[in-house]
Design a protein around this ligand. Structure first.
Ligand code: PEP
Length: 253
């Protein structure tokens, strides 16, 4: 009942030409796949070009961040209505790089979530613990805090537009993937928490993606876990062949 989503976060990579070539290669490789929501998140400057290239395909566009105000004197920022205007259907918020490198707080993430819901854009909310937090038994507290504060005052109706990405910080860009069991344990916890904060229907309907060194070689077993509904992919989304293989994952029976 939950349609899987595979989203590629390109981070600060690729020129206009490279971005458009990457999706041009991806389009035929995933064209037959109607079972997965396929999303790419290029840098801001490539959004327009990628939107043109994917037009008419089954690939959707996302931005990697946004500012929570629709317009105004906010030099250098980009707002949800403008991201919608360029063709985005989703926006990633709360990525650990933004939390760690740019000091983004749960409160700021929550303002962005409200601004995106207001603009009718899909939200990919990233959460995840650091290695130290895991090793000192704070993982569940951290996930609980990030979800409670990140989704604060979002209605059950607005939750229909929210996808949660569980990305343990120690697995991002490190080559270390959470084991299938570690991913399933965190995802089951997150689903139970969404159910507790909202209701059973919302808990069952909310898609929870895993992120952290997802590759062609580990996607099949991760996607075979009952509460893993997709993946947020960094490094491996920069190569069309690898990303296409991840999109066309084969669950293990
Ligand atoms: C990410 O940046 O969201 C991510 C999961 O990166 P990687 O796949 O490279 O670990």
């Amino acid at each position: 009942m939950r349609k899987p989503m595979i989203a590629g976060n390109w981070k600060l990579h690729k020129t206009l030409e490279e971005s458009s070539s990457l999706v041009a290669e991806l389009i035929p490789a995933v064209a037959d796949n109607q079972n997965v929501d396929i999303v790419v998140a290029p840098v801001y400057t490539a959004l327009g070009k990628v939107a043109e290239t994917i037009n008419g395909s089954n690939i959707k566009l996302a931005a990697q961040n946004c500012y929570p105000e629709p317009q105004g004197a906010f030099t250098g920022e980009v707002s949800p209505p403008l991201l919608k205007d360029v063709g985005c259907q989703y926006v990633i918020i709360g990525h650990s790089e933004r939390r760690q490198l740019f000091g983004e707080s749960d409160e700021q993430v929550n303002s962005k979530a409200h601004a995106l819901a207001e603009a009718n854009l899909g939200i990919i909310l990233c959460i995840g613990e650091t290695l130290e937090e895991r090793e000192t038994d704070q993982m569940f507290d951290v996930l609980r805090r990030q979800i409670r504060l990140g989704l604060k005052k979002l209605s059950a109706e607005q939750m229909a537009g929210v996808v949660i990405a569980y990305e343990p910080v120690w697995a991002i860009g490190t080559g270390k993937t959470a084991s299938d069991e570690q991913a399933q344990e965190a995802h089951a916890f997150i689903r139970a928490l969404v159910t507790e904060l909202y209701d059973e229907q919302t808990g069952n309907a909310t898609r929870i993606l895993y992120g952290g060194s997802v590759k062609p070689g580990n996607v099949d077993s991760l996607m075979s876990q009952p509460d893993v509904d997709g993946a947020l992919v960094g490094g491996a989304s920069l190569k069309s062949e690898d990303f296409a293989r991840i999109v066309n994952f084969q669950p293990i029976a």
